[in-house]
Design a protein around this ligand. Structure first.
Ligand SMILES: [Zn+2]
Length: 292
């Protein structure tokens, strides 16, 4: 079992995995950033911006490496032996074991870096995002979260597809950012989905008004959060604990904070009637009627 390229652990003389405390912090951070709504692309850029050091001393990171780290069962203390095996004893070429030889799954093989239930939450969150993207007809959240945090988060209430961002130039030359259903002009020149567009400024305002409403209604929401925090659904449990913590002693916000938004917002649904529904990750929905 090769551990040379394995962030978070060192190997002792007997070949046993031993936690590398400094690297373990990076692994824990990766898991939490992901559960806080960030993509591996975005986390890669954050790590590089902050100069977080990789296993090989470099500050370069790959989103694909981060993604495979999120699925690695070793971080919760388990080990899957015979993941790959030597297929050709002459060339020593190793291939992935896809059932050709027996695999052994060993629980509590070594000290965990990630609590098992948090590890499970990450797997559930990965599945949730995959389903979400499929359901709304898109293949990714933004590759540019810093500039475009609402990407894939504004959903058409009429057809269920994502809204796309556009820049409209005004007569004075200013660019006005608006969002429009991706089905509207899917076929060039033919009007598809009839839903109207919405201004990005309006979306920002709706998000923070909804969040402030949530703070106001905290007492009423608490019993449900408390129940979910004890429930079987681990991801729902994680969210409930998050929302309880985030809303405790929190002050109303005056403008959009990207981190808070990514951590709390599932999506914003826009209807042709002007009704806009903010759906939070704990399941709470807050409705507004915008001016037509
Ligand atoms: Zn639509």
């Amino acid at each position: 079992m090769s551990t040379a390229r394995f962030l978070g652990y060192d190997t002792d003389e007997s070949g046993k995995l031993v936690v590398n405390k400094k690297q373990a912090k990076i692994v824990q951070r990766l898991y939490m950033e992901f559960l806080h709504g960030k993509t591996t692309d975005y986390i890669k850029r954050i790590f590089e911006r902050e100069g977080v050091v990789n296993w090989n001393g470099s500050t370069k990171w790959q989103a694909t490496t981060l993604a495979s780290m999120l699925e690695n069962e070793k971080y919760k203390g388990d080990a899957l032996l015979q993941k790959s095996y030597t297929a050709d004893f002459l060339t020593k070429k190793r291939v992935m074991n896809e059932g050709e030889i027996q695999q052994f799954y060993i629980e509590d093989d070594h000290e965990a870096i990630i609590e098992p239930w948090i590890w499970e939450c990450v797997q559930l969150e990965m599945e949730r995002r995959k389903r979400y993207l499929e359901e709304h007809g898109t293949n990714s959240f933004s590759h540019n979260t810093e500039q475009n945090p609402f990407a894939a988060k504004i959903i058409c209430g009429e057809c269920g597809k994502v809204f796309h961002r556009k820049g409209w130039q005004s007569s004075t030359g200013e660019i006005r950012r608006i969002w429009q259903c991706s089905e509207r002009y899917k076929v060039k020149g033919v009007l598809g989905c009839s839903n109207r567009h919405i201004d990005e400024d309006t979306v920002r305002k709706i998000y923070f008004m909804a969040w402030n409403k949530m703070l106001e209604c905290r007492e009423a929401l608490l019993p449900e959060w408390k129940e979910k925090a004890q429930g079987e659904d681990l991801l729902a449990r994680f969210r409930a604990l998050e929302f309880m913590e985030l809303t405790e002693h929190a002050q109303p916000i005056q403008e959009l904070g990207v981190d808070l938004m990514l951590r709390t917002l599932d999506h914003i649904k826009v209807y042709e009637s002007g009704v806009v529904v903010t759906v939070f990750l704990d399941g709470t929905e807050i409705e507004y009627k915008t001016e037509n």
